[in-house]
Design a protein around this ligand. Structure first.
Ligand SMILES: [Zn+2]
Length: 429
């Protein structure tokens, strides 16, 4: 390590207690989503932390976004600190919302308890620990390199857990992630301090309905069962589609490895009579089902085109129709996201990889997430390709009871992020 790098590392070490206090402070604001509680409070809290460091803090409401209402407004913080001269802007983006607590906790989910080097609470690793690590990295960097070039931005955004439409998507639509404004983005999601997440697979959700004709269940030949039609669809998926998808390989280093191919999940199936209320004590009525619906969740790879993904399902339905004279169906799109994968040679990837080697004395692993996160909006709406997820915490702890983040892991990833700032904004330092 060079002398300036060593000086930067000691600025991080001097802030260990501040890092712990900030993480605890963030956890103690219960920003539950849904419905989206205390968003304003957490933005104010962070703004009070960042303003004395010279950040201009804008607290912005995603008016008109999905889920925004006067009762549960979608507040976002964008903090920016200009350097001494022109240069690139490095942006850290963290979502401030957390998911429901659930059962099985042995600690207070909003207590932020520090025990044996771990801080516990809902959102500890996903991702308030990551936000705190980025803030401390910026603090340390500003202290060590007050004359840096360019700008540092830190955003804390709403609703990632429910799609990000009142958060990063809205900010991107307002131009906050335009490439002429922001050049490098790190999203400190809990991917482990030695891994760089380059992006995620694509998603297509759709509803498929088969149609039939209602008749008395004792004379099913007088009707046409939508459930039997759906059975034929599912059989075709089992016999043809699943083996085909499992054989499709990718350059994407998706973890876990089971997701390193195309996947299809049937999220739900429903056909025939509606489910009765729990207090209904009668028997069901005998009817032939006139409708059956499944919801499919198709995850796809950079090698696949969304049009081809949809066409594959349409072709499957047509094959089934060719064998069943009365077969009628409908496919309804629900939701889609393109796959996103930042190039391994992109500046933010190279810089973070070098910093990980310096701090941890090992080469990073490059990974891709099986599911999506806010990178999708930065890529598609913001048109910015130089974006990764990198941060402290263990991914499988996210959304679990007794969620925690390790203090040493936060310190290490804060060191990495500070070195990235030094590399990109103060290269001579
Ligand atoms: Zn997260």
């Amino acid at each position: 390590m060079t002398a300036p790098q060593a000086a930067l590392m000691s600025q991080i070490d001097a802030r260990r207690d501040r890092l712990i206090a900030l993480t605890q402070g963030l956890i103690r604001i219960p920003t539950l989503n849904p419905p989206g509680l205390h968003y304003r409070e957490i933005c104010d809290y962070l703004a009070e932390w960042l303003s004395p460091l010279g950040f201009r803090c804008d607290i912005l409401r995603a008016s008109g976004a999905i889920a925004d209402s006067d009762r549960h407004p979608r507040w976002n913080l964008v903090a920016r600190r200009e350097g001494a001269r022109p240069g690139d802007c490095v942006h850290f983006n963290g979502h401030h919302d957390v998911v429901a607590v659930g059962e099985g906790w042995t600690t207070d989910p909003f207590g932020g308890e520090l025990k044996d080097g771990r801080i516990y609470g809902r959102g500890a690793c996903d991702m308030k620990g990551g936000i705190a690590s980025a803030v401390i990295a910026a603090e340390a960097f500003i202290a060590a390199h007050p004359d840096y070039a360019g700008a540092i931005e830190i955003s804390a955004t709403a609703d990632e857990e429910s799609g990000g439409y009142g958060g990063v998507a809205w900010l991107a639509e307002q131009g906050h992630f335009d490439p002429d404004r922001v050049q490098h983005v790190i999203i400190p999601e809990p991917l482990n301090k030695d891994r760089i997440c380059l992006g995620h697979r694509g998603v297509w959700w759709a509803e498929i309905e088969t149609k039939g004709r209602i008749a008395h269940g004792s004379m099913p030949f007088l009707g046409d069962s939508a459930i039997r039609h759906m059975g034929a669809v599912l059989a075709e998926m089992e016999e043809v589609l699943y083996p085909l998808l499992a054989g499709r390989t990718t350059v994407m280093p998706v973890v876990p490895e089971g997701a390193r191919s195309s996947t299809l999940n049937v999220n739900a199936i429903h056909g025939g009579e509606p489910v009765q209320d729990a207090d209904y004590t009668g028997l069901p009525a005998p009817c032939v089902a006139d409708s059956c619906t499944i919801t499919i969740d198709r995850r796809f790879l950079v090698e696949e085109d969304i049009g081809a993904v949809k066409g594959e399902i349409a072709a499957l339905m047509e094959r089934v129709r060719a064998r069943r004279p009365t077969f009628r169906y409908e496919i309804r799109d629900l939701f889609e996201v393109q796959p996103s994968m930042t190039d391994k040679d992109a500046p933010i990837v190279r810089s973070t990889a070098a910093a990980i080697e310096r701090v941890l004395a090992r080469r990073p692993d490059y990974v891709v997430s099986p599911g999506t996160y806010d990178q999708k909006h930065i890529d598609r709406i913001g048109k910015l390709k130089n974006c990764i997820a990198y941060g402290p915490g263990i991914l499988y702890l996210a959304h679990q009871p007794d969620e925690w983040v390790g203090v040493d892991d936060m310190v290490d990833s804060s060191r990495v992020m500070a070195l990235v700032l030094a590399d990109l904004l103060a290269p001579q330092g």
